[in-house]
Design a protein around this ligand. Structure first.
Ligand code: MG
Length: 288
C-alpha cells in the first residue's frame, strides 16, 4: 500500500494511491494513522476496497515528523569522492529541522545568491511505532514504510562555517515524499536504486545494496540513544555524485529543477527559486 497527504477542495487528507487516483482514508494526519497501528492500516485498506478514487488538487509532503535523523556517511563511493573523509566504523547522525520539510513541487529557496546549494538523494525510513533499544533482529518490525528525501545542503554554511544544523536545516531544505510505501511492498530495503537528476541530467545513482550500514543496524544504533516515535524519519545516507565534489563544484541555481528518486517508491521534483531580498540580512556575518 502507498499512502500520501493531499489537499483537495480546501481540505487536507491522507489518501491511498490506487490505479485510478487516490482514495480518502478518513485520516487527515499520517502520524495519527501510524499511531493507530493495524487498525489504521486496516482503515486505509477498506478505503482502497470501497471508496471512489479522485485526483487531488495537490500532493503535500506525506507528514511533518516530530524528528528527522539524517545519516552521515554510509556509502564507500562518497568517501572515494570526498577529500578528508574515511569509511566510518559506526553510524552517525544529525537532525534536520521539521520546519524544513516541503512536498513535491514546492520550491527549494536558495537563501543567498552565492549559497553553495547542493542535493543528496536519500532513502527515508518512516518509523511505525514507539521504539527504543531495537535489536537488529527486531528493527524492521518497527518500520512503517519508506519514502524519498532530498538532504538539501548549503555547503558554505555546513562546511566553511561548520554549522550543520543551519546548513542543512534552512526552510525548504527537506523535500520529502511523494508517497510512503508500506513494508508490504518493500520487505527488503537493501535493493533499491537511488538517483538524482538536475535539469534532467543524472548526477547520482547507486543501490542501497552498497550501504555500509544496513537499515536494521542504523535503527538499532539510533534507537540505542533516542526513543523513536511513530512518523519519525531516519535516513540511510547519500551515495556519490554531489555538486560539492564536481570540478568545478556545481551549485543549484534559481530555475534549476532537481529530482530525487528511489525505485519502487517514486520521484520527488522541486524547482529552486531565489529566496533572498536585496535588503535582507545575508546571514553570513558571524554575529556575536
Ligand atoms: Mg545526507
Amino acid at each position: 500500500m502507498r499512502l500520501l497527504r493531499y489537499e483537495h477542495e480546501g481540505q487536507v487528507g491522507i489518501g491511498a494511491r490506487v490505479d485510478k487516483g487516490v482514495v480518502a482514508t478518513g485520516y487527515n494526519d499520517l502520524i495519527d494513522l501510524i499511531e493507530d497501528g493495524q487498525s489504521g492500516i486496516a482503515a486505509a485498506a477498506r478505503a482502497v476496497a470501497d471508496t471512489e478514487p479522485f485526483t487531488p488538487d495537490r500532493v503535500l509532503a506525506p507528514l511533518v515528523p516530530r524528528k528527522l535523523m539524517f545519516h552521515s556517511i554510509n556509502f564507500a563511493s562518497i568517501v572515494d569522492e570526498t577529500p578528508g573523509t574515511s569509511i566510518p566504523s559506526i553510524s552517525s547522525f544529525f537532525s534536520k529541522l521539521p520546519s524544513a520539510v516541503i512536498g513535491p513541487d514546492d520550491p527549494i529557496r536558495k537563501p543567498a545568491p552565492d549559497t553553495h546549494l547542493d542535493w543528496e538523494v536519500e532513502l527515508a525510513i518512516v518509523v511505525g511505532r514507539r521504539s527504543s533499544a531495537l535489536t537488529e533482529a527486531d528493527a524492521l518490525r518497527a518500520v512503517f514504510g519508506y519514502t524519498v528525501a532530498n538532504d538539501i545542503s548549503a555547503r558554505d554554511i555546513q562546511i566553511e562555517r561548520g554549522d550543520i544544523m543551519l546548513g542543512k536545516g534552512l526552510d525548504t531544505f527537506c523535500p520529502l515524499g511523494p508517497e510512503v510505501v508500506l513494508t508490504d511492498e518493500i520487505p527488503d530495503p537493501h535493493e533499491l536504486v537511488l538517483a538524482t537528476y538536475v535539469n534532467g541530467e543524472r548526477v547520482q545513482q547507486e543501490s542501497t545494496a552498497n550501504q555500509i550500514f544496513s537499515v536494521e543496524r542504523i535503527l538499532a544504533t539510533v534507537s540505542a540513544h533516542v526513543t523513536l516515535e511513530p512518523g519519525d524519519i531516519v535516513t540511510t545516507g547519500t551515495p556519490a555524485g554531489l555538486g560539492l565534489n564536481m570540478s568545478p563544484p556545481r551549485w543549484l541555481q534559481p530555475g534549476d529543477e532537481v529530482t530525487v528518486e528511489v525505485d519502487r517508491i517514486g520521484s520527488l521534483t522541486n524547482r529552486v527559486e531565489a529566496g533572498w531580498r536585496p535588503d535582507a540580512h545575508d546571514g553570513r556575518d558571524t554575529g556575536a
